[in-house]
Design a protein around this ligand. Structure first.
Ligand code: HSE
Length: 325
């Protein structure tokens, strides 16, 4: 088999929400908030991070994107130690919107494109799940849409669902960061059988509702007993939002990933969007939590990597012209 390796690629990778309601570590959705990565094989390694929020991210060979790209080269049996990497992201860091998964998936897809896509999307999904240790964020960023998945410690399997065209997403992104390790640390090692059954039944129902477009069922199905009750103590206002957002126009509400972002699913035909927005904002403000509210859509498209020509210009000028304009 012959492969066509390209010189330089531009990767566009969506953010994601994980743990969609009861789907702890198993149900993710891609969102139309993106990170971009330019990547090339070069004579010496240069890492360029664009934008204020990249502050503190390593710019040497300990950089996550560089390290993940090397894993792809190694897995594919090629040697490409030196790289040019440039990254810009609109995905807030450590907020539960899959920023680390998007970096991993972006690096995998970009490096793979540089070597002529020697690895299959399935193989990339295996590497990504192994790195993240749960497949829902990485699956969504890789395949787009809604992804139902498991990772059993050795392999990951998934099925993608096309999101209903009427689904809209309102996220409230608190100003504070919450590390996934900390949010996992408050969870029990063992749960009662009744909680396991609760999540199993609600998660199955939610998946069926999403496949059949039964948006009205989301309010019954999008409930969780495995992680949200424990994590609520870390996010002031979360309990009230979980209990009451549906009375203010949400189809369902959940913690996004490990938090602290809260996410509401909304029917785009709803006439109560302003009411819901006000409720989220006020509930968090009452607790002294400053939050940015964003209306998003599911992103049907997962990661893409496009070959660049010399005439395409660098990522900074693309961001200035196409993203921030
Ligand atoms: N499923 C993970 C957790 C998501 O809740 O810990 C982290 O991105």
């Amino acid at each position: 088999m012959s492969y066509k390796a390209v010189q330089k690629v531009r990767v566009k990778v969506p953010a994601s929400t994980a743990n969609l309601g009861p789907g702890f570590d198993s149900l993710g959705m891609a969102l139309n908030l993106y990170a971009w990565i330019d990547m090339a094989i070069s004579e010496q390694t240069t890492i360029d991070l664009i934008g204020d929020q990249m502050h503190g991210i390593p710019m040497d060979k300990t950089n996550l994107i560089y390290k993940v790209a090397q894993m792809v080269f190694q897995e594919a049996g090629v040697s490409h130690p030196e790289m040019y990497i440039s990254m810009y992201s609109d995905i807030p860091l450590t907020r539960g919107l899959g920023s680390s998964a998007s970096a991993i998936v972006g690096a995998l897809a970009g490096a793979n494109a540089l070597i002529g896509n020697k690895l299959t999307p399935y193989e990339l999904f295996q590497i990504a799940s192994r790195l993240e240790k749960h497949p829902d964020n990485v699956g969504a960023s890789l395949f787009g849409g809604i992804v139902v998945a498991f990772w059993d410690g050795e392999k990951a399997e998934s099925i993608r669902i096309e999101p209903d065209p009427n689904l809209e997403v309102l996220v409230a992104i608190p100003a504070f960061q919450l590390a996934t390790e900390k949010a996992r640390g408050v969870m029990p090692k063992v749960v009662p059988m009744k909680d396991a059954v609760f999540n199993l039944s609600h998660s199955s129902l939610l998946v069926a509702a999403l496949i059949t477009g039964n948006l009205g069922m989301i309010r019954h199905a999008m409930k969780d007993a495995l992680h949200q009750p424990y994590r609520a103590a870390l996010i002031p206002g979360m309990k009230t939002l979980l209990e009451q957002a549906e009375n203010h126009g949400a189809l369902g509400v959940a913690l996004s990933g490990a938090g602290p972002t809260m996410l509401a699913l909304v029917d785009q035909r709803s006439g109560r969007k302003a009411e819901l927005e006000g409720f989220l904002k006020e509930t968090l403000a009452k607790e002294g939590i400053e939050a940015q509210l964003l209306w998003l859509r599911p992103s049907s498209e997962g990661v893409t990597a496009t070959a660049l020509q010399e005439s395409d210009g660098d990522l900074q000028s693309f961001v200035d012209k196409e993203v921030l304009a």
